[in-house]
Design a protein. Structure first.
Length: 87
């Protein structure tokens, strides 16, 4: 949370704010706080699509992380759909 809180006050379009959301989502997932990770990763993906739609690699990375998180929650059909979008 510390990384994200550091950049929270910056504008929504700030790169470091967006990157810190990705770090937070991945960290929560790594610590088995999957429901929280899911919410953060979904918000991160929406932010990327809204402000950095040209950053395809970043979007694909967050989609992959989101699919992994969804699969970990046992929602394999949803994860498969998202993984197919990525590939």
């Amino acid at each position: 949370w510390g990384c994200w809180k550091t950049y929270l006050g910056r504008p929504e379009m700030d790169y470091y704010r967006c990157a810190s959301m990705s770090v937070l989502g991945n960290s929560l997932g790594s610590n088995r706080r999957t429901e929280e990770a899911l919410a953060v990763l979904e918000a991160n993906l929406a932010l990327l699509r809204r402000h950095w739609s040209h950053a395809e690699e970043s979007i694909l990375t967050v989609q992959t992380n989101l699919a992994n998180c969804i699969a970990f929650l046992g929602r394999h059909d949803e994860a498969l759909v998202l993984r197919r979008e990525v590939y």
